[in-house]
Design a protein around this ligand. Sequence first.
Ligand code: AMP
Ligand code: ZN
Length: 114
Amino acid sequence: MEDCIFCKIIKGEIPSEKVYEDDEILAFKDINPAAPIHILFIPKKHIESLIHMSKKDEALIGKIYSKINEVVEKLEITQNGFRVIVNCGKDAGQEVMHLHFHLLAGAKLGPKLV
Ligand code: AMP
Ligand code: ZN
């Protein structure tokens, strides 16, 4: 996707603070952190949002959750806990139309919606 900022980050055209990378997944620090630890996990494949994933992406999405767990263990935040958020579409306030998983941790997190 030509004008997708996360695709540009994947290609190295926009700098990012990488936390994890393999051939399918990239994790990097959010530029505007909402918590002391705020990392975005994205598939390298451009998928617009959760609703745009297909059956073929099920393993990839599962792998993203596994990687979140690995990073959480590495950062030693399993004890205190963390939150994973996926905003999908207009009402959820999704701003970047490339599927991403927010990992938030490092402090008592703001009000729970659910
Ligand atoms: P969302 O509102 O769920 O679409 O979240 C998009 C997130 O991307 C926000 O938390 C932004 O701070 C973050 N973001 C936007 N541009 C960048 C960037 N260049 N590097 C890192 N994070 C970014
Ligand atoms: Zn993209």
